[in-house]
Design a protein around this ligand. Structure first.
Ligand SMILES: NC(=O)c1ccc[n+]([C@@H]2O[C@H](COP(=O)([O-])OP(=O)(O)OC[C@H]3O[C@@H](n4cnc5c(N)ncnc54)[C@H](OP(=O)(O)O)[C@@H]3O)[C@@H](O)[C@H]2O)c1
Length: 447
């Protein structure tokens, strides 16, 4: 096995048009020994643990819109044809990276970071202007915010890294977990960001809004203060990691500010309904397109009507089911119908290579009539708002505490499949693209 210095890095490169099509590209000119000296206050890290879920494909799908292709650009010297940044790109993942070199005195080589990482073994240099934060006393892991100039336009959530400093008990425990491929490490990679999103929904979107702060910053775009008390909550893609995490938070660890729903309903595809049911996290599971999802409509099915509130959380359900159901609840005269959009359905591969639809077909549909309200949420806005309300320490305590609890308990019936090395990552990406990864299976990789 090559030493760290001579290991030939391998990166995954995707076709931007058809992100199910990938290549593993070795970059022999970018071994550690050939890289320029590391800049000041920086960590040179290499991804060690990553996961593949629908979220990775979503980054590719909307990469141009949200700048996700730009986080880990094609390196100089990438061989043709993959050097064409209009056609090809690298996408991102959540997981752990090992610190190979450090110019941050408080963070020695051999430390680990958790956060937003490149999918491959090529080293990444992260700069941290606030070197004092790394050296300060405080619990491990500690939060450091990357400040490389090219990363400044990114949503702040992508620059936040949890650092486990070598020599501390937390780093030693983590390293041992990675060595033995502990399920907890897989959970950190597969579901920590999803739990974060779900917990923030509870904390920000479904908690009463506090009085506005007397001075800036103003609250971000996310709504606040939807009361779940007595509402019927319907989850689409309820067996996704973010959907499961949301159900788990409501059931097992809801912030005190969150009202108790009348019912938590899973509206799942035929692929995921059995697993959603087996988790025991839902009061009821409806198979979309199945006998229950018939012409009588969702309001009759769930026994809700004019005095009732319905909150639909769409974590990426298929075939526009959440919009159809929301329209059904509105037509039944429900007092309020709120559709909270978190994720989106993944297109199948054939549709990605189809010619673009004619312009008129792209016209957005007319806005739905009241009481039907659509709200799009994202983790970054919610995180900013949670930190504004609770402060960094308060935020870290509640969200970190809840994550530790979920990690300990696990998601009922969910199992982890570990892969080893980039070739397994390639196979996992292909399996997911072919629809072979069922909702009860989480793909984690050690590379
Ligand atoms: N807004 C935010 O800040 C935020 C944060 C985190 C995640 N997200 C988004 O939430 C969504 C779920 O992410 P995740 O990582 O939790 O995903 P995941 O666990 O891999 O989700 C799998 C679920 O997605 C549904 N799905 C729809 N089309 C699919 C397809 N072609 N192949 C496989 N599953 C498909 C399935 O539910 P059914 O079988 O029931 O259809 C499946 O159970 C993604 O769109 C992600 O980007 C958004």
């Amino acid at each position: 096995m090559a030493s760290d210095d001579e290991e030939v890095p391998v990166v995954q490169i995707l076709s931007k048009q058809n992100f199910y099509s990938q290549a593993l590209v070795p970059l022999p000119h970018l071994t550690l020994s050939r890289l320029p000296a590391l800049g000041p206050r920086s960590l040179r890290v290499r991804t060690r643990v990553l996961s593949i879920t629908a979220n990775n494909f979503t980054y590719a799908r909307f990469g141009d819109l949200f700048g996700w292709w730009g986080v880990h650009p094609l390196p100089a010297g990438t061989p043709a044809p993959y050097d064409d940044a209009a056609a090809y790109g690298r996408i991102n993942c959540w997981g752990y990276a090992r610190v190979l070199r450090s110019t941050l005195p408080a963070v020695p080589d051999g430390s680990f970071v958790w956060g937003y990482l490149p999918l491959g073994t090529l080293a990444l240099d992260l700069e941290f202007a606030d070197a004092a934060a790394a050296a300060s006393s405080g619990p491990e892991p500690r939060l450091l915010v990357a400040t490389n100039a090219y990363r400044r336009p990114l949503m702040p959530i992508y620059n936040r890294y949890l650092v486990f400093r070598a020599g501390t008990p937390a780093a030693a425990a983590l390293e041992a977990e990675i060595e033995r491929r502990d399920p907890g490490v897989a959970y950190d990679s597969i579901a920590r960001c999803m739990h974060l999103t779900a917990y923030l929904m509870a904390l920000v979107v479904f908690s009463p809004a506090p009085a506005p702060a007397p001075s800036p910053p103003p609250p971000p775009a996310n709504p606040a203060g939807f009361d779940l008390a007595s509402a019927t909550v319907v989850s689409f893609a309820p067996a996704s990691k973010v959907g499961l995490s949301f159900a788990w938070v409501l059931r097992r660890d809801a912030p005190a500010s969150v009202g108790r729903p009348r019912a938590l309903v899973a509206a799942a595809s035929e692929h995921s309904a059995a697993f959603a049911r087996a988790t025991g996290l839902y009061d009821r599971v409806v198979v979309l397109g199945g006998p229950d999802d018939g012409p009588a409509g969702p309001a009759a099915l769930l026994g809700v009507g004019p005095p009732d509130s319905v909150v639909l959380c769409d974590f990426g359900g298929r075939r526009g089911a959440s919009g159809r159901w929301a329209a059904g609840f509105a037509a039944a005269g429900c007092a309020s119908v709120r559709l909270v959009a978190v994720g989106g359905e993944l297109p199948d591969e054939a549709s990605l290579s189809a010619p673009p639809a004619p312009a008129e077909a792209k016209e957005p549909p007319p806005p739905p009539p009241p009481p039907f309200e659509v709200v799009r949420v994202n983790a970054d806005d919610m995180l900013t708002e949670a930190v504004r309300r609770l402060g960094e320490d308060g935020y870290a305590a509640v969200v970190g505490g809840s994550w530790a609890k979920l990690r300990r308990e696990g998601l009922p019936g969910f199992r982890v499949t570990w892969g080893e090395g980039m070739e397994d990552v390639r196979k996992g990406w292909d399996r997911f693209g072919r629809g072979e990864v069922q909702a009860d299976e989480g793909l984690a990789f050690r590379i």
